[in-house]
Design a binder for this molecule. Sequence first.
Ligand SMILES: Cc1cc2nc3c(=O)[nH]c(=O)nc-3n(C[C@H](O)[C@H](O)[C@H](O)COP(=O)(O)OP(=O)(O)OC[C@H]3O[C@@H](n4cnc5c(N)ncnc54)[C@H](O)[C@@H]3O)c2cc1C
Length: 421
Amino acid sequence: MAASDASPDTLNHFPLTRQALVIGAGLSGSAVAHSLALRGWSVTVLDQATGLGAGASGLPAGLAAPHVSPDDNVLSRLTRAGVRATLQRAQTLLQSGTDWALTGVLEHNLAGKRRLPKANTTQDPCHGADTTPDTPPATAPGTTFGSLSPSSTLASAAQIAAAGLPPDTPALWHSMAGWIRPRQLVAAQLQTPGVQVKWGQTVQHIERQGDLWTVTNAQGQVLGQAPLLVVASAFDSLALLRPLPGFAVPLNPLRGQVSFGHMSDLSDAQRQLLPPFPVNGHGSFISGVPTPEGPAGWYIGSTFERNCEQAPVRPEDHAANQLRLSTLLPDLGAAMQQQFDPELVQGWAGLRCTLPDRLPAVGPIDSERLPGLWLSAGMGARGISLAVLCGELMAAWLDNEPLPLEASLAKHLAAQRYRRL
Ligand SMILES: Cc1cc2nc3c(=O)[nH]c(=O)nc-3n(C[C@H](O)[C@H](O)[C@H](O)COP(=O)(O)OP(=O)(O)OC[C@H]3O[C@@H](n4cnc5c(N)ncnc54)[C@H](O)[C@@H]3O)c2cc1C
Protein backbone atom coordinates (compact mmCIF):
# COMPACT_ATOMS: atom_id res chain seq x y z
CA MET A 1 0.00 0.00 0.00
CA ALA A 2 1.17 3.52 -0.66
CA ALA A 3 1.90 5.46 2.52
CA SER A 4 2.54 8.72 0.70
CA ASP A 5 1.52 10.12 -2.68
CA ALA A 6 -2.05 9.58 -1.56
CA SER A 7 -3.60 12.90 -2.58
CA PRO A 8 -5.82 12.90 -5.66
CA ASP A 9 -3.31 14.48 -7.98
CA THR A 10 -4.62 13.10 -11.24
CA LEU A 11 -8.07 14.65 -11.49
CA ASN A 12 -7.37 16.67 -14.61
CA HIS A 13 -8.85 14.03 -16.92
CA PHE A 14 -12.14 14.08 -15.09
CA PRO A 15 -15.18 14.21 -17.41
CA LEU A 16 -16.79 17.60 -17.80
CA THR A 17 -20.33 16.38 -17.08
CA ARG A 18 -20.84 17.23 -13.44
CA GLN A 19 -23.02 14.28 -12.56
CA ALA A 20 -22.43 12.09 -9.55
CA LEU A 21 -23.97 8.94 -8.16
CA VAL A 22 -23.64 8.38 -4.42
CA ILE A 23 -24.30 5.03 -2.73
CA GLY A 24 -25.45 5.53 0.86
CA ALA A 25 -27.64 8.25 2.35
CA GLY A 26 -26.00 8.56 5.78
CA LEU A 27 -23.88 11.40 7.10
CA SER A 28 -21.09 10.62 4.60
CA GLY A 29 -23.22 10.31 1.47
CA SER A 30 -25.50 13.25 2.29
CA ALA A 31 -22.53 15.48 3.11
CA VAL A 32 -20.76 14.88 -0.19
CA ALA A 33 -24.06 15.17 -2.08
CA HIS A 34 -24.72 18.54 -0.44
CA SER A 35 -21.21 19.86 -1.10
CA LEU A 36 -21.32 18.82 -4.76
CA ALA A 37 -24.84 20.12 -5.37
CA LEU A 38 -23.91 23.51 -3.91
CA ARG A 39 -21.23 23.67 -6.60
CA GLY A 40 -23.71 22.94 -9.39
CA TRP A 41 -23.31 19.17 -9.66
CA SER A 42 -26.33 17.01 -10.31
CA VAL A 43 -26.28 14.27 -7.67
CA THR A 44 -28.33 11.10 -7.31
CA VAL A 45 -28.13 9.32 -3.95
CA LEU A 46 -29.14 5.64 -3.77
CA ASP A 47 -29.91 3.90 -0.49
CA GLN A 48 -31.11 0.40 0.19
CA ALA A 49 -33.32 1.52 3.08
CA THR A 50 -36.86 2.79 2.73
CA GLY A 51 -36.01 6.02 4.54
CA LEU A 52 -33.59 8.03 6.66
CA GLY A 53 -31.27 6.71 9.32
CA ALA A 54 -30.95 3.01 8.47
CA GLY A 55 -27.23 2.95 9.19
CA ALA A 56 -25.09 4.45 11.96
CA SER A 57 -26.45 7.90 11.12
CA GLY A 58 -29.75 6.81 12.63
CA LEU A 59 -28.10 7.43 16.03
CA PRO A 60 -30.70 9.41 18.02
CA ALA A 61 -28.19 11.95 19.40
CA GLY A 62 -24.41 12.27 19.38
CA LEU A 63 -21.63 14.72 20.03
CA ALA A 64 -19.55 16.93 17.82
CA ALA A 65 -16.46 17.36 19.99
CA PRO A 66 -12.75 17.58 19.22
CA HIS A 67 -10.01 15.18 20.22
CA VAL A 68 -7.05 16.83 21.98
CA SER A 69 -3.44 15.75 22.43
CA PRO A 70 -0.31 17.44 23.83
CA ASP A 71 1.39 17.47 20.43
CA ASP A 72 -1.83 18.51 18.65
CA ASN A 73 -1.59 15.39 16.51
CA VAL A 74 -3.29 14.65 13.19
CA LEU A 75 -6.51 13.33 14.76
CA SER A 76 -6.73 16.40 17.01
CA ARG A 77 -6.25 18.82 14.14
CA LEU A 78 -8.65 16.93 11.89
CA THR A 79 -11.41 16.69 14.48
CA ARG A 80 -11.03 20.37 15.35
CA ALA A 81 -11.42 21.26 11.67
CA GLY A 82 -14.25 18.76 11.29
CA VAL A 83 -16.21 19.96 14.30
CA ARG A 84 -16.02 23.54 13.03
CA ALA A 85 -17.29 22.45 9.63
CA THR A 86 -20.15 20.46 11.17
CA LEU A 87 -21.21 23.21 13.54
CA GLN A 88 -21.23 25.76 10.75
CA ARG A 89 -23.29 23.38 8.60
CA ALA A 90 -25.68 22.80 11.50
CA GLN A 91 -26.03 26.52 12.03
CA THR A 92 -26.95 26.98 8.37
CA LEU A 93 -29.31 24.03 7.93
CA LEU A 94 -30.67 23.01 11.31
CA GLN A 95 -32.83 24.40 14.06
CA SER A 96 -30.90 25.16 17.23
CA GLY A 97 -32.38 23.60 20.36
CA THR A 98 -34.30 20.85 18.60
CA ASP A 99 -31.85 19.50 15.98
CA TRP A 100 -28.54 20.55 17.53
CA ALA A 101 -27.07 22.90 20.12
CA LEU A 102 -23.71 24.54 20.61
CA THR A 103 -23.65 23.77 24.33
CA GLY A 104 -19.95 23.23 24.92
CA VAL A 105 -18.86 19.82 26.22
CA LEU A 106 -17.11 18.95 29.47
CA GLU A 107 -14.59 16.12 29.08
CA HIS A 108 -14.10 14.17 32.31
CA ASN A 109 -10.46 13.22 31.97
CA LEU A 110 -10.88 9.89 33.74
CA ALA A 111 -7.65 8.18 32.84
CA GLY A 112 -5.72 11.44 33.01
CA LYS A 113 -4.53 10.72 29.50
CA ARG A 114 -6.09 13.63 27.67
CA ARG A 115 -3.54 16.41 27.70
CA LEU A 116 -3.86 19.76 26.00
CA PRO A 117 -1.21 21.44 23.91
CA LYS A 118 0.79 23.80 26.16
CA ALA A 119 -0.82 26.91 24.70
CA ASN A 120 -4.30 25.78 25.89
CA THR A 121 -3.52 24.83 29.47
CA THR A 122 -5.08 27.84 31.13
CA GLN A 123 -8.67 27.77 32.30
CA ASP A 124 -11.38 29.37 30.30
CA PRO A 125 -10.86 33.10 31.03
CA CYS A 126 -14.53 33.62 31.93
CA HIS A 127 -14.43 30.94 34.68
CA GLY A 128 -18.18 30.50 34.32
CA ALA A 129 -20.24 27.37 33.95
CA ASP A 130 -21.45 28.50 30.55
CA THR A 131 -18.80 30.12 28.40
CA THR A 132 -20.03 28.90 25.05
CA PRO A 133 -20.21 31.39 22.20
CA ASP A 134 -23.67 31.73 20.65
CA THR A 135 -22.46 30.78 17.18
CA PRO A 136 -19.50 28.97 15.65
CA PRO A 137 -17.13 31.66 14.33
CA ALA A 138 -17.49 32.08 10.59
CA THR A 139 -14.55 30.88 8.57
CA ALA A 140 -13.31 33.64 6.30
CA PRO A 141 -12.93 32.64 2.65
CA GLY A 142 -9.49 31.21 2.03
CA THR A 143 -8.93 30.10 5.63
CA THR A 144 -9.09 26.47 6.64
CA PHE A 145 -11.41 24.99 9.25
CA GLY A 146 -8.60 23.81 11.53
CA SER A 147 -6.62 27.01 11.79
CA LEU A 148 -8.87 28.86 14.21
CA SER A 149 -7.97 29.72 17.79
CA PRO A 150 -7.93 27.00 20.48
CA SER A 151 -11.34 26.23 21.89
CA SER A 152 -10.34 23.51 24.35
CA THR A 153 -9.06 24.52 27.77
CA LEU A 154 -8.91 23.18 31.31
CA ALA A 155 -12.42 23.20 32.75
CA SER A 156 -13.15 25.88 35.32
CA ALA A 157 -14.25 25.08 38.88
CA ALA A 158 -17.74 26.33 37.99
CA GLN A 159 -17.98 24.02 34.99
CA ILE A 160 -16.83 21.01 37.03
CA ALA A 161 -19.34 21.86 39.76
CA ALA A 162 -22.13 22.30 37.20
CA ALA A 163 -21.47 18.76 36.00
CA GLY A 164 -21.90 17.52 39.57
CA LEU A 165 -18.30 16.35 39.84
CA PRO A 166 -15.97 16.87 42.84
CA PRO A 167 -13.77 20.01 42.67
CA ASP A 168 -10.53 18.08 42.11
CA THR A 169 -11.90 16.23 39.06
CA PRO A 170 -9.52 16.47 36.09
CA ALA A 171 -11.60 17.88 33.25
CA LEU A 172 -11.38 19.81 30.01
CA TRP A 173 -13.83 22.22 28.51
CA HIS A 174 -14.52 22.23 24.77
CA SER A 175 -16.37 25.44 23.96
CA MET A 176 -16.69 24.70 20.24
CA ALA A 177 -18.70 21.50 20.70
CA GLY A 178 -22.25 20.34 21.21
CA TRP A 179 -24.90 17.74 20.48
CA ILE A 180 -26.47 16.93 17.11
CA ARG A 181 -29.26 14.64 15.96
CA PRO A 182 -27.52 13.14 12.91
CA ARG A 183 -30.74 12.14 11.19
CA GLN A 184 -31.81 15.80 11.06
CA LEU A 185 -28.50 16.78 9.48
CA VAL A 186 -28.76 13.98 6.92
CA ALA A 187 -32.32 15.01 6.02
CA ALA A 188 -31.34 18.66 5.61
CA GLN A 189 -28.30 17.88 3.46
CA LEU A 190 -30.35 15.63 1.20
CA GLN A 191 -32.86 18.42 0.65
CA THR A 192 -30.30 20.52 -1.23
CA PRO A 193 -31.51 21.52 -4.71
CA GLY A 194 -29.61 19.35 -7.20
CA VAL A 195 -29.74 16.26 -4.95
CA GLN A 196 -32.16 13.49 -5.85
CA VAL A 197 -32.60 10.61 -3.38
CA LYS A 198 -33.83 7.18 -4.39
CA TRP A 199 -34.76 4.89 -1.49
CA GLY A 200 -35.11 1.12 -1.65
CA GLN A 201 -32.21 0.75 -4.10
CA THR A 202 -29.83 -2.00 -2.99
CA VAL A 203 -26.66 -1.84 -5.02
CA GLN A 204 -25.16 -5.26 -5.57
CA HIS A 205 -22.61 -4.66 -8.27
CA ILE A 206 -20.58 -1.76 -9.62
CA GLU A 207 -18.77 -1.72 -12.91
CA ARG A 208 -17.12 0.80 -15.23
CA GLN A 209 -18.60 0.83 -18.72
CA GLY A 210 -16.83 3.27 -21.01
CA ASP A 211 -16.60 6.58 -19.14
CA LEU A 212 -19.47 5.75 -16.82
CA TRP A 213 -19.79 3.83 -13.59
CA THR A 214 -22.86 1.62 -13.70
CA VAL A 215 -24.51 0.26 -10.57
CA THR A 216 -26.90 -2.66 -10.64
CA ASN A 217 -29.08 -4.54 -8.16
CA ALA A 218 -29.17 -8.30 -7.48
CA GLN A 219 -31.43 -8.80 -10.50
CA GLY A 220 -28.93 -7.08 -12.80
CA GLN A 221 -31.22 -4.07 -13.21
CA VAL A 222 -29.32 -0.80 -13.75
CA LEU A 223 -29.96 1.57 -10.81
CA GLY A 224 -27.83 4.43 -12.04
CA GLN A 225 -24.89 5.58 -14.14
CA ALA A 226 -22.50 8.50 -13.78
CA PRO A 227 -18.89 9.46 -14.50
CA LEU A 228 -18.33 9.96 -10.76
CA LEU A 229 -19.42 7.26 -8.32
CA VAL A 230 -18.99 7.95 -4.60
CA VAL A 231 -19.35 4.86 -2.43
CA ALA A 232 -20.54 5.99 1.01
CA SER A 233 -22.17 2.83 2.30
CA ALA A 234 -19.98 2.46 5.42
CA PHE A 235 -18.90 -1.14 6.18
CA ASP A 236 -21.13 -2.44 3.35
CA SER A 237 -18.80 -0.60 0.95
CA LEU A 238 -16.37 -3.47 1.43
CA ALA A 239 -18.63 -6.05 -0.21
CA LEU A 240 -19.20 -3.71 -3.19
CA LEU A 241 -15.58 -2.73 -3.69
CA ARG A 242 -13.64 -5.87 -2.75
CA PRO A 243 -14.07 -7.49 -6.19
CA LEU A 244 -12.44 -4.51 -7.93
CA PRO A 245 -8.78 -4.76 -8.93
CA GLY A 246 -6.44 -3.01 -6.51
CA PHE A 247 -9.04 -2.30 -3.82
CA ALA A 248 -7.39 -2.68 -0.42
CA VAL A 249 -9.09 -0.29 2.02
CA PRO A 250 -9.36 -2.37 5.24
CA LEU A 251 -12.86 -1.38 6.40
CA ASN A 252 -14.08 -2.99 9.64
CA PRO A 253 -17.40 -3.04 11.54
CA LEU A 254 -17.57 -1.80 15.14
CA ARG A 255 -20.98 -2.29 16.74
CA GLY A 256 -22.20 0.19 19.34
CA GLN A 257 -25.27 0.68 21.50
CA VAL A 258 -26.62 3.77 23.20
CA SER A 259 -29.15 3.59 26.07
CA PHE A 260 -31.75 6.29 26.47
CA GLY A 261 -34.96 7.24 28.23
CA HIS A 262 -37.51 10.00 28.54
CA MET A 263 -36.87 13.08 30.67
CA SER A 264 -40.50 12.88 31.81
CA ASP A 265 -39.64 9.63 33.66
CA LEU A 266 -37.02 11.41 35.80
CA SER A 267 -37.82 12.60 39.33
CA ASP A 268 -37.14 16.19 40.42
CA ALA A 269 -34.16 14.92 42.46
CA GLN A 270 -32.69 13.21 39.40
CA ARG A 271 -33.24 16.28 37.23
CA GLN A 272 -31.36 18.45 39.70
CA LEU A 273 -28.28 16.31 39.11
CA LEU A 274 -28.33 16.65 35.32
CA PRO A 275 -25.36 18.58 33.93
CA PRO A 276 -26.43 21.60 31.84
CA PHE A 277 -24.18 20.44 28.98
CA PRO A 278 -23.06 17.05 27.60
CA VAL A 279 -20.24 15.28 29.40
CA ASN A 280 -17.86 12.87 27.67
CA GLY A 281 -14.68 11.06 28.63
CA HIS A 282 -15.83 7.49 29.21
CA GLY A 283 -18.62 7.41 26.68
CA SER A 284 -20.89 10.41 26.78
CA PHE A 285 -24.01 11.61 28.58
CA ILE A 286 -26.46 14.00 26.91
CA SER A 287 -29.82 15.20 28.21
CA GLY A 288 -32.71 17.35 27.06
CA VAL A 289 -32.51 16.23 23.42
CA PRO A 290 -35.64 14.98 21.60
CA THR A 291 -35.88 11.18 21.33
CA PRO A 292 -36.83 9.57 17.99
CA GLU A 293 -40.47 9.55 19.21
CA GLY A 294 -40.37 13.27 20.01
CA PRO A 295 -40.33 13.85 23.81
CA ALA A 296 -37.05 15.06 25.31
CA GLY A 297 -34.67 12.33 26.45
CA TRP A 298 -31.39 11.49 28.14
CA TYR A 299 -28.69 9.35 26.48
CA ILE A 300 -25.67 7.39 27.66
CA GLY A 301 -23.37 5.54 25.33
CA SER A 302 -21.82 3.85 23.75
CA THR A 303 -20.56 0.31 23.72
CA PHE A 304 -17.79 -0.91 21.42
CA GLU A 305 -17.88 -4.43 19.97
CA ARG A 306 -15.52 -5.61 17.26
CA ASN A 307 -16.11 -8.39 14.72
CA CYS A 308 -19.87 -8.05 14.79
CA GLU A 309 -21.73 -7.34 11.56
CA GLN A 310 -25.23 -7.13 13.05
CA ALA A 311 -26.62 -4.46 15.35
CA PRO A 312 -29.36 -5.85 17.61
CA VAL A 313 -30.14 -4.02 20.88
CA ARG A 314 -28.85 -6.11 23.81
CA PRO A 315 -29.75 -5.98 27.54
CA GLU A 316 -26.11 -6.58 28.53
CA ASP A 317 -25.14 -3.44 26.66
CA HIS A 318 -27.62 -1.43 28.75
CA ALA A 319 -25.80 -2.80 31.80
CA ALA A 320 -22.47 -1.72 30.30
CA ASN A 321 -23.86 1.76 29.63
CA GLN A 322 -25.20 1.98 33.19
CA LEU A 323 -21.70 1.24 34.47
CA ARG A 324 -20.33 3.82 32.03
CA LEU A 325 -22.66 6.48 33.48
CA SER A 326 -21.63 5.56 37.05
CA THR A 327 -17.99 6.05 36.13
CA LEU A 328 -18.48 9.23 34.10
CA LEU A 329 -20.88 10.99 36.51
CA PRO A 330 -20.95 8.95 39.75
CA ASP A 331 -23.71 10.85 41.61
CA LEU A 332 -26.00 10.89 38.61
CA GLY A 333 -25.23 7.23 37.88
CA ALA A 334 -26.25 6.28 41.42
CA ALA A 335 -29.42 8.36 41.22
CA MET A 336 -30.46 6.98 37.83
CA GLN A 337 -30.10 3.27 38.56
CA GLN A 338 -33.80 2.52 38.20
CA GLN A 339 -33.89 4.26 34.81
CA PHE A 340 -32.13 1.17 33.42
CA ASP A 341 -35.08 -0.98 34.38
CA PRO A 342 -36.05 -2.91 31.20
CA GLU A 343 -39.45 -1.23 31.19
CA LEU A 344 -37.96 2.27 31.14
CA VAL A 345 -34.72 2.08 29.20
CA GLN A 346 -34.64 2.10 25.41
CA GLY A 347 -31.77 1.26 23.13
CA TRP A 348 -30.44 2.02 19.71
CA ALA A 349 -27.56 0.08 18.12
CA GLY A 350 -25.59 0.56 14.93
CA LEU A 351 -22.40 -0.37 13.14
CA ARG A 352 -19.57 2.11 12.92
CA CYS A 353 -17.16 1.59 10.05
CA THR A 354 -13.51 1.91 11.07
CA LEU A 355 -10.02 1.84 9.64
CA PRO A 356 -6.85 0.78 11.47
CA ASP A 357 -5.48 4.34 11.64
CA ARG A 358 -8.84 5.63 13.00
CA LEU A 359 -9.19 8.12 10.14
CA PRO A 360 -11.75 8.06 7.32
CA ALA A 361 -10.85 7.17 3.74
CA VAL A 362 -12.13 9.73 1.23
CA GLY A 363 -11.56 10.65 -2.40
CA PRO A 364 -10.37 8.51 -5.28
CA ILE A 365 -9.63 4.88 -4.46
CA ASP A 366 -7.12 4.51 -7.26
CA SER A 367 -7.30 7.31 -9.79
CA GLU A 368 -5.32 5.38 -12.39
CA ARG A 369 -6.93 1.94 -12.27
CA LEU A 370 -10.41 3.06 -11.11
CA PRO A 371 -10.89 6.62 -12.48
CA GLY A 372 -14.03 8.31 -11.18
CA LEU A 373 -14.57 5.85 -8.33
CA TRP A 374 -14.44 7.66 -4.98
CA LEU A 375 -15.00 6.60 -1.41
CA SER A 376 -16.29 8.31 1.73
CA ALA A 377 -16.23 5.77 4.54
CA GLY A 378 -14.48 4.80 7.77
CA MET A 379 -15.89 7.66 9.87
CA GLY A 380 -15.58 5.40 12.93
CA ALA A 381 -16.93 6.92 16.14
CA ARG A 382 -16.57 10.44 14.74
CA GLY A 383 -18.88 10.69 11.74
CA ILE A 384 -20.69 13.71 13.19
CA SER A 385 -17.36 15.46 13.57
CA LEU A 386 -15.79 14.42 10.27
CA ALA A 387 -18.33 13.67 7.50
CA VAL A 388 -19.11 17.30 6.63
CA LEU A 389 -15.41 18.14 6.34
CA CYS A 390 -14.84 15.04 4.19
CA GLY A 391 -17.67 16.07 1.85
CA GLU A 392 -16.21 19.56 1.51
CA LEU A 393 -12.74 18.14 0.92
CA MET A 394 -13.94 15.88 -1.88
CA ALA A 395 -15.87 18.70 -3.54
CA ALA A 396 -12.81 20.97 -3.33
CA TRP A 397 -10.60 18.26 -4.85
CA LEU A 398 -13.09 17.72 -7.67
CA ASP A 399 -13.53 21.39 -8.46
CA ASN A 400 -9.86 22.29 -8.00
CA GLU A 401 -10.68 24.72 -5.21
CA PRO A 402 -8.53 25.71 -2.24
CA LEU A 403 -8.87 22.89 0.29
CA PRO A 404 -10.93 23.35 3.46
CA LEU A 405 -7.91 22.20 5.52
CA GLU A 406 -4.14 22.15 5.10
CA ALA A 407 -2.96 19.84 2.32
CA SER A 408 -0.62 18.16 4.79
CA LEU A 409 -3.66 17.16 6.86
CA ALA A 410 -5.89 16.33 3.92
CA LYS A 411 -3.46 13.69 2.72
CA HIS A 412 -4.11 11.70 5.92
CA LEU A 413 -7.74 11.31 4.83
CA ALA A 414 -7.07 10.29 1.24
CA ALA A 415 -8.43 6.83 0.40
CA GLN A 416 -5.45 6.39 -1.91
CA ARG A 417 -3.21 5.93 1.12
CA TYR A 418 -4.44 2.32 0.98
CA ARG A 419 -3.89 1.89 -2.77
CA ARG A 420 -2.29 -1.44 -3.58
CA LEU A 421 0.89 -0.79 -5.53
C1 LIG B 1 -23.67 3.78 19.10
C2 LIG B 1 -23.00 4.81 18.26
C3 LIG B 1 -22.71 6.06 18.81
C4 LIG B 1 -22.06 7.04 18.04
N1 LIG B 1 -21.81 8.27 18.59
C5 LIG B 1 -21.18 9.22 17.84
C6 LIG B 1 -20.93 10.51 18.39
O1 LIG B 1 -21.31 10.83 19.52
N2 LIG B 1 -20.25 11.40 17.61
C7 LIG B 1 -19.84 11.10 16.35
O2 LIG B 1 -19.21 11.93 15.69
N3 LIG B 1 -20.11 9.90 15.79
C8 LIG B 1 -20.76 8.96 16.52
N4 LIG B 1 -21.02 7.73 15.98
C9 LIG B 1 -20.52 7.45 14.61
C10 LIG B 1 -21.44 7.97 13.52
O3 LIG B 1 -22.76 7.61 13.80
C11 LIG B 1 -20.96 7.35 12.19
O4 LIG B 1 -19.59 7.62 12.00
C12 LIG B 1 -21.72 7.91 10.99
O5 LIG B 1 -23.11 7.89 11.19
C13 LIG B 1 -21.35 7.12 9.73
O6 LIG B 1 -22.07 7.66 8.65
P1 LIG B 1 -21.99 6.97 7.22
O7 LIG B 1 -22.82 7.77 6.30
O8 LIG B 1 -20.56 6.75 6.86
O9 LIG B 1 -22.61 5.51 7.42
P2 LIG B 1 -24.13 5.06 7.63
O10 LIG B 1 -24.88 6.07 8.41
O11 LIG B 1 -24.06 3.67 8.18
O12 LIG B 1 -24.76 5.08 6.18
C14 LIG B 1 -24.54 4.08 5.22
C15 LIG B 1 -25.77 4.01 4.35
O13 LIG B 1 -25.48 3.14 3.25
C16 LIG B 1 -26.64 2.40 2.95
N5 LIG B 1 -26.22 1.20 2.24
C17 LIG B 1 -25.43 0.20 2.71
N6 LIG B 1 -25.23 -0.72 1.74
C18 LIG B 1 -25.90 -0.31 0.65
C19 LIG B 1 -26.06 -0.85 -0.66
N7 LIG B 1 -25.49 -1.99 -1.02
N8 LIG B 1 -26.85 -0.18 -1.53
C20 LIG B 1 -27.43 0.99 -1.18
N9 LIG B 1 -27.30 1.54 0.05
C21 LIG B 1 -26.53 0.91 0.95
C22 LIG B 1 -27.29 2.15 4.31
O14 LIG B 1 -28.66 1.86 4.19
C23 LIG B 1 -26.99 3.44 5.06
O15 LIG B 1 -28.06 4.36 4.96
C24 LIG B 1 -21.70 6.75 16.70
C25 LIG B 1 -22.00 5.50 16.14
C26 LIG B 1 -22.64 4.54 16.90
C27 LIG B 1 -22.98 3.21 16.27
